[in-house]
Design a protein around this ligand. Structure first.
Ligand code: ACO
Length: 707
């Protein structure tokens, strides 16, 4: 017997109970019975209410334990204080899934009750959806077990939503937008069942062609990442994540008790998985609508066909914004379009049919684009003119869209008065992606390209670094024995050496003689720094001397530092004098790894040493990480051209940076005691010359958090 029920039965239940089914038509418990009855559900419906009787023609059971048939789903619609007892009854009846609609749990601080319910359910092989949700709609079972609208359009878009109200709104909105749903599931507080559980079913389900998720917070991020990576190999996944702003994140925390995490981390990690992120619900719904019934491009070449120069320029701007590449092979474009445009038009992309273009020009230009194998997608723009016949245009687009549907994406933006708007509406009704605003049309194409790139990129294996974890743990034990949660610079440098990351040569001298000897062994110029756990800010204490060129300068610096530190803090314990190789500064980068609250081990890369906090020109990735993805991460930052070499500078050793990123990520992943490693700066030299980890900060978990 499986330890947990098959998730399939949440979507295709054989029997559904409603606990808290009410005789009162205004109550949620009544509406749920009504929706299930009217949705065409073929399985058994069991309303439960202590009063018994009948609701909407269904006999009411006084207790779920009286039901004799299989109950895969029990929708729980009683106030929070009765939910635990209800769950106990469900367990006695061997219910597989409790869909807890009731609010009043972790979202209002009632964590203990939520945990108690989940623990009991798990012990009895029952799974919990919710609490604080609106229910489940599943087209596969013709089941609308929600208190949303009755009429849902069946189709191929599956929605998983953390917000109930947004989900209910989507149920209505998808009908008006002509979007069919295969399922819509509300996860609310995600006390037990979460997105990866539901994705398991939706990835494999034939009917679902695209998955949309509304997320407020991520808890088991590592599981989510691996499930999403699998999902996008089968179908597109679009995500809307709220809480981008600080205020939004706070609101999300109180809405479904989510820990929203840092938005930039979410954004980068979700894109690393190949998921497409939408900023607005409208964009997300448009993308779902058309990605589920449009072909995905087979290449990067897009042409714009327009009757207006201005709108063509706007579209070109939008293409840059949404990462859509305009085809610029002029000889091929001229060959393709010169016969279908007037002499004063343009066959440079955008292909300008000119303001006097009648609809027949569009017909010819679209046919030419369709038949050219080097063109992979088309943006068709039309501004209403006196020679433009909207009705004729509508007919041409209907005909062309039918042709394009089997070969390449065609998106449209039409701009004008009532006739044009009517056209847009009618085309949308036929599932043709027509929009009023050019940016909407191009953003859709951008989403298609995002998915195309995910599917056409080779799946790279993650790069596993062989790092001697035992040696790292030996250092961690010493730090723990010293009751510290931070490592001294010498310890952090030792860890870098174990990891194979080059640090400046460094020795700790305990007297002047040693200081001179070490300086000569390392080679001039050197740096001298005080080593004392009582002095955090060494420079402020006068505890640092740079650029020491010879023995006499070392002697002077030794004396000066001793003197300064004594004055700064007479009680300070002086543990030694660090003699370091004086690093030649070139390009300063920051690389870091940490255990993220949402996604577990993640890495960060940025440029800018001390300005990194201000610039925030950084990129994140989650582990595991391939070498190619690490390179992509480095290439993502705005200042990347600096690493490629500007104004005659040599290209920097980007490969060593990628290697260092994976090495420190591996340490955080393999050593659960370590929460943070930050190398700032990692000074990067010209290609082939490597990098130096100049300053390394390593933090350990607080003893009570240690894994
Ligand atoms: N077994 C079976 N039935 C029971 C039990 C029980 N143990 N205990 C009570 N009932 C019956 C009641 O007698 C009542 O039936 P009646 O109207 O025929 O007498 C019915 O269950 C409902 O109980 P009420 O006490 O009347 O509760 P009410 O319907 O007012 O509210 C609800 C229950 C809806 C669960 C409420 O407590 C709640 O949590 N509301 C918020 C729901 C919500 O918003 N969820 C998030 C959705 S997502 C979004 O934001 C849109």
């Amino acid at each position: 017997m499986p330890s947990t029920p098959d998730i399939k039965y949440l979507f295709e239940p054989r029997g559904v109970a409603v606990i808290g089914a009410s005789h009162d038509q205004s109550k949620i418990g009544h509406k749920l019975v009504r929706n299930i009855s009217l949705s065409g559900y073929k399985g058994r419906i069991y309303p439960i209410n202590p009063e018994g009787g009948e609701i909407l023609g269904h006999g009411v059971y006084k207790n779920i334990e009286e039901v004799s048939g299989i109950v895969d789903i029990a929708c729980v619609v009683v106030p929070a204080k009765y939910v635990f007892d209800t769950i106990k009854n469900c367990a006695n009846k061997n219910v597989h899934f409790a869909v807890i609609i009731a609010s009043g749990f972790s979202e209002v601080g009632n964590f203990a009750e939520e945990k108690r319910i989940v623990a009991y359910a798990r012990e009895h092989r029952m799974r919990i959806l919710g609490p604080n949700i609106f229910g489940v709609y599943s087209s596969a079972a013709s089941l609308n077990a929600t208190f949303g609208p009755i009429n849902v359009r069946s189709g191929n878009v599956a929605v998983i939503t953390q917000s109930g109200a947004i989900g209910i709104g989507m149920m209505g909105k998808t009908v008006t937008e002509n979007i069919g749903l295969s399922a819509i599931i509300s996860v609310g507080n995600k006390s037990d069942i979460d997105e990866p559980d539901l994705l398991q079913y939706l990835i494999e389900q034939e009917q679902t062609k695209i998955i949309l998720m509304y997320i407020e917070g991520v808890s088991q991020g590592e599981r989510l990442i691996s499930t999403l990576k699998k999902a996008v190999q089968k179908k597109p996944v679009i995500v809307i994540k709220s809480g981008r702003s600080k205020r939004g994140a706070m609101a999300a925390a109180s809405h479904t008790s989510s820990l929203a995490g840092e938005d930039k981390v979410f954004d980068d990690v979700i894109k690393q998985c190949g998921v497409i992120r939408a900023e607005t619900i409208n964009d997300a719904l448009d993308w779902c609508h058309y990605l589920s019934n449009s072909p995905i491009p087979k290449g990067e070449n897009t042409v714009i066909i327009t009757n207006g120069g201005g709108i063509g320029v706007l579209a070109a701007d939008a293409c840059e914004k949404y990462n859509v590449n305009l085809y610029d092979d002029l000889p091929n474009l001229t060959k393709t379009f010169s016969n279908v445009i007037p002499a004063f038009g343009s066959s440079k992309n955008p292909i300008d049919l000119s303001g006097q273009a009648p609809v027949s020009y569009y017909d010819s230009a679209l046919t030419a684009a369709l038949n050219n194998k080097s063109i992979h997608s088309v943006i068709c723009l039309a501004c209403e003119t006196a020679v433009f016949n909207p009705d004729e245009f509508y007919q041409v687009i209907q005909k062309q869209a039918a042709e394009f549907k089997n070969t390449k994406p065609l998106v449209l933006s039409l701009f004008g008065g009532a006739n044009i708007e009517h056209n847009v509406h009618e085309l949308q009704k036929s599932d043709i992606p027509a929009f009023g605003d050019v940016y909407e049309a191009v953003s859709l194409l951008g989403a298609m390209y995002s998915y195309y790139r995910t599917r056409s990129a080779p799946i790279e294996p993650s790069l596993e670094m062989n790092i001697d974890t035992d040696k790292v743990n030996d250092i961690i034990h010493k730090v723990r024995a010293d009751s510290r949660t931070f490592m001294l610079a010498s310890e952090a440098q030792a860890i870098m050496q174990i990891a194979g990351i080059t640090v400046p040569k460094s020795r700790i001298a305990h007297n002047l003689e040693e200081a001179i000897r070490y300086a000569e062994e390392i080679g001039y110029p050197v740096v001298m720094k005080i080593v004392s756990r009582d002095i955090i800010h060494k420079s402020d204490a006068g505890g640092v001397a740079l650029d020491l060129d010879n023995k006499s300068e070392v002697m002077d610096a030794y004396e000066a530092i001793n003197h300064n530190v004594r004055n700064y803090n007479p009680e300070a314990r002086i543990e030694g004098f660090e003699i370091d190789e004086m690093v030649r500064f070139e390009t300063e980068t920051i690389v870091a790894a940490r255990r993220d609250i949402a996604f577990g081990p993640i890495v960060m890369f940025g440029l800018g040493g001390i300005y990194v906090e201000v610039m925030r020109d950084v990129a994140f990735r989650a582990f595991p990480l391939s070498y190619q993805e690490a390179l992509k991460m480095i290439g993502q930052i705005h200042s990347y051209p600096i690493l490629l070499g500007v104004r005659g500078e040599k290209r920097k050793d980007i490969e060593t940076v990628a290697d260092s990123i994976i090495r420190i990520g591996t340490i955080v992943r393999n050593c659960p005691d370590i929460t943070d490693i930050e190398i700032n700066p990692l000074v990067v030299y010209a290609q082939g010359e490597g990098a130096r980890a100049v300053d390394v900060r390593i933090l350990l978990s607080k003893p009570q958090e240690a894994v």
